[in-house]
Write a protein that binds this ligand. Sequence first.
Ligand SMILES: Nc1ncnc2c1ncn2[C@@H]1O[C@H](COP(=O)(O)OP(=O)(O)O)[C@@H](O)[C@H]1O
Ligand SMILES: [Mg+2]
Length: 446
Amino acid sequence: MGLACAVSLSLCLIVSAILIVNARQAVQEETESAFRLAHEAVVRRLPPSHGGRDTMTEAIGLAEEIDGLRHVSARILDPEGQPLQHRAHGQLRSEASAPQWFSALMTPPLVEALVPITHYPNVLGMLRVAADPTDEIAEVWGDFSIILPVLFLAGLAMVGLAFLMTTLLTRRLQSVQAAMAQMQDGRLSVRAPDDRLTEFADLAAGVNALASHLQAEQAENDLLQARLIGSSEAERSRIALDLHDEMGPQLFALRAAVSHAQAMTADLPERPAALDETLDAIAGHALEVQRSARTAINDLRPMLLGEASLAELLAELVTGFRDVASETRVVLDVDPEVEGSSPGELAELSIYRFARESVLNAMRHGRATVVRVSLDTMPDEPGQIVVRVTDNGKGPQSGTGRPTPGFGQIGIEDRARALGATYLPPWRDNRLTHTELRMPRPCKLR
Ligand SMILES: Nc1ncnc2c1ncn2[C@@H]1O[C@H](COP(=O)(O)OP(=O)(O)O)[C@@H](O)[C@H]1O
Ligand SMILES: [Mg+2]
């Protein structure tokens, strides 16, 4: 903007300077040629010194006549050079003259000539002829007093126009940039506004086409991810079922056989102590293997999934935590409104995995002593189940903003995206750490 002002002002000044120099040149040429003509006329018409004529009267008449012409002045001087009369017309003419500074700029160097008035043998005086630019300068000033303001007003208008254009263009660019920034933040449904200017309309259309393309790619990625999750869950279910159906009965049979053996040996009168110990050890190991198998099966697919409600599923999870980590108190808080409805098996599984991972993170990373798992609905969005895990631990490492997600959080995020849910990674509030998952209800695999 400053540059436009400077350029416009310089242009105005340059054009004014050129106009002034040209006008000055014209004034000089015009007055000089008038002076030459007047000088010649005086020399030719002044009576000879010994013709017996009244030289002084004729000279006065000639001076008045010359002084009446444009661009020249004439005066009679006495032999000492003092003026003998006022100018006949010059004084009147110079009244409506240009301002002082303009006259000073325009006035060319003085040209004058002194012609002696003689009456033999005396010199009666001098007739002084000089170039007089006053009226010419007044005329030029008349033109300039219109041209100069118009020139500067035009310059000002140019600056105003440049300012207006820059503001308009910047505003349009900013609206496209704002849309792009939102797209960069992941909001790909945002579109750059259309524009009446073709260039900007093309730019907005290009940006929008790119966003649509990205949106389509993302939808395809989400779909692939969802299918991957669906098939991996199906595979896990199959393995869990196999383990449950094959290993379960065999382990049950093994434990039954051991207790049968223990019952039989109990009746023997003289049995070796080592036998009792060995049978006890077999029974203990069999129990451990059965527990491990149950844990593995539950990890692959929660036993109650599809059979019990989400609240019961989570209650079982919380009870499990109480058993393994007695130093942490895990509490479950379920909104009765959620209890009745099921968001679908896959969503339940995702909520279950989210709760388990978040409680484990709170224990492991935050060293929390109290962890609360809550199941609510959003007051303004009743279609969403909000699962929140709150702990009183030390929270994620502060300073660098969001902690680097590990496999746990990446898994939760991927599942959430595939199911159209929203995952909010751990954040600190009032010395507590919160982690949240918002699941749409009912939730269908996309
Ligand atoms: N409740 C929490 N309290 C403190 N830190 C947490 C909590 N939840 C997550 N974090 C931080 O987030 C990081 C990533 O967690 P996660 O993705 O589950 O990976 P992992 O548990 O395998 O390290 C953790 O290393 C931890 O620093
Ligand atoms: Mg973890």
